[in-house]
Each structure stands twice: as structure tokens, then as C-alpha cells.
Design a binder for this molecule. Structure first.
Ligand code: ADP
Ligand code: MG
Length: 283
């Protein structure tokens, strides 16, 4: 499918502008160029004037207390929620530069099935709990045109193995899985179509600490081995420390501080970040 989008000119202008911060390993062009992204729910502020670039292979953490606008921002970045103003330009493999919110709905849906993955905090939002584990992976493959049963099953088995779910569980329903297994299945289903960009909202929230640690370890390995770019929302600074190269700290819908993860956490500049960091230390 060939789609010509009028975002191209804007995105070209974006590309001439240096990224607001230097990422660890900048590729030729940022995957995401986000500019002035703002979302109101009626009079209620969701997020305001968020601007940043995400480079290939980079993990961006969005941190902040509950209600600070993290999920709103993630929803707008991934095209699932329409912003009130601002722009998200995505450098797509198939479509070229896509102005995410001005692109036709089928383009956004296609990206969400192919080049992007979304991992929800609640597995219920990302999995069909009444469809087998293999079926959850197979559905995503069929959505991109896979038809051969043997191939789909082999791929499902491969991805279950990748996320350390025993092959014998392939025909079991995810509602019989533990929380950690459900999250790993959600990740497997997303990765099956070979996305390059993952959006994750509190993927380890609600899990026991030891289960969290295992999931984080798995995620870290997959992200680095597959060279994924990630935007991960978390209120947990330990999760951010482990996974993210860079952080954006949100408060009341706005980014109050951003930078390399270690810099932000070891030498926070904004009083709110200082408070966040110290409340972790004294928790
Ligand atoms: P976080 O993910 O950091 O907890 P959210 O993005 O969910 O924050 O919420 C940011 C702000 O937007 C909060 O004040 C929240 O009450 C408000 N908000 C979120 N979703 C809605 C909605 N559907 N309708 C109205 N207000 C909302
Ligand atoms: Mg949230």
C-alpha cells in the first residue's frame, strides 16, 4: 500500500532540527518526532506541550506520579487517542513519514498491527483471555496476512519460547496464566509481527517484585537483541533505571525535566524530580 501524506514537508523540517537531547546511539533519523503534543479532556488537562524525538534503538521512560498525564501522552503518541493539538511524526518503513494524527485511520490501524506494539498494564486490554495463548499470537499474525496453519503454529511456539512460556501451554487460555505469564504472552503476541517500536504502559505494575524482576530482565534482553525502540510509562523509578536510556519526568500534564536516565535520577534538577527520587530512597 502506497500512502502519500502531507506530513512529509513538516517532518522534513523536523529532521533538520537537532533532537532536544543527545540519545545514546542516534540513527540516521528519529523514529518519532513529537511536537507540542497537547490533550485536554474538556477542561481537564491530560498533557501539555510535549516535544521530543525518539531515536532508533532508544528506550524512553516516562515517569511521574499517578494522574501526571503519562497514559494520556502514550495514548496520543501511539495514535490511539486524538490530541487537542500538536503533532506526532513517525518514520515508517512502509509509508515513509506519517503524520500520525492526520493520517487516515487505516494507516494508524495498520501501524498498530505491524510496525508498532502496545503492551497494556492490564492484560485484559491487550489479550483475549478466552482465546488460547497460541491463538492470541496467531490472531496478530493472521491480521497481517499469515494463512498457513503450520507456519502460524510454529511462529507461536517460537514466540512462546522467546518469552519463556512452556510450549505445553500453547492451547491453554491466558486466563489460567499467572499475571507475569499474561504479560509475557502480551509481549510475545506483539513481537510476532516484528514491530520496531513498542509502547508500554506500566507493564510490570501490579506484579509481585520477583515476577517484576524476571519480566524486566526478559524485556531488557529482548529490547537489546531485537534493537527495539520503546516508550515505556512507569511510576516506578527502579523500572525506569533498569530499562530506559532517557527519561521524561511529568507533573500535572507537563514535562518538567528530561535527560539521560542516570543524570536525571542521580542529579535531579527540578524540585519535583528531587522529591520523586528522594521519596523512593526513603520509601
Ligand atoms: P497517569 O497515566 O500519569 O496516571 P493520566 O494520563 O491517566 O495520568 O491522566 C492525566 C490527567 O487526565 C488526570 O488528571 C486524569 O484525571 C485526566 N484524565 C485521564 N483520562 C481522562 C478521561 N477519559 N476523561 C477525563 N479526564 C481524564
Ligand atoms: Mg496511567
Amino acid at each position: 500500500m502506497e500512502t502519500s501524506l502531507h506530513a512529509a514537508a513538516t517532518a522534513a523540517a523536523f529532521r533538520e532540527t537537532p533532537a532536544p537531547f543527545a540519545g545514546p546511539a542516534p540513527g540516521p533519523a528519529p523514529l518519532l518526532n513529537v511536537s507540542g503534543l497537547t490533550k485536554y479532556y474538556g477542561d481537564m488537562l491530560g498533557c501539555r506541550d510535549v516535544t521530543f524525538a525518539l531515536w532508533p534503538g532508544e528506550v524512553m521512560g516516562i515517569v511521574g506520579e499517578s494522574g501526571s498525564g503519562k497514559s494520556t501522552l502514550l495514548g496520543c503518541l501511539s495514535g490511539r487517542m486524538a490530541p487537542s493539538s500538536g503533532q506526532v511524526a513517525y518514520e515508517s518503513e512502509r509509508f515513509g513519514v506519517v503524520d500520525v494524527h492526520r493520517a487516515p485511520e487505516p494507516v494508524r490501524r495498520n501501524l498498530l498491527r505491524t510496525e508498532w506494539g502496545v503492551v497494556h498494564q492490564n492484560p485484559r486490554d491487550g489479550l483475549r483471555l478466552a482465546v488460547s495463548a497460541g491463538g492470541n499470537i496467531g490472531e496478530r499474525l493472521m491480521a497481517v496476512g499469515a494463512r498457513n496453519y503450520g507456519t502460524i503454529r510454529a511462529e507461536a511456539l517460537r514466540w512462546l519460547r522467546e518469552v519463556e512460556i512452556d510450549a505445553t501451554r500453547i492451547d491453554h487460555l491466558p486466563r489460567t496464566f499467572s499475571g507475569g505469564m499474561q504479560q509475557r504472552l502480551q509481549i510475545a503476541a506483539n513481537l510476532a509481527t516484528g514491530p520496531r517500536l513498542l509502547f508500554m504502559d506500566e507493564p510490570t505494575g501490579g506484579l509481585d517484585v520477583s515476577v517484576q524482576a524476571r519480566l524486566l530482565d526478559l524485556l531488557r534482553n529482548l529490547v537489546s537483541r531485537l534493537g527495539l525502540s520503546v516508550v515505556i510509562v512507569t511510576h516506578d523509578l527502579a523500572v525506569a533505571r533498569l530499562l530506559a536510556h532517557r527519561l521524561m519526568v511529568m507533573r500535572r500534564g507537563k514535562v518538567v525535566e528530561s535527560g539521560l536516565t542516570d543524570q536525571v535520577l542521580d542529579d535531579p534538577q527540578h524540585p519535583y524530580t528531587q522529591l520523586l527520587v528522594s521519596s523512593i530512597l526513603h520509601a
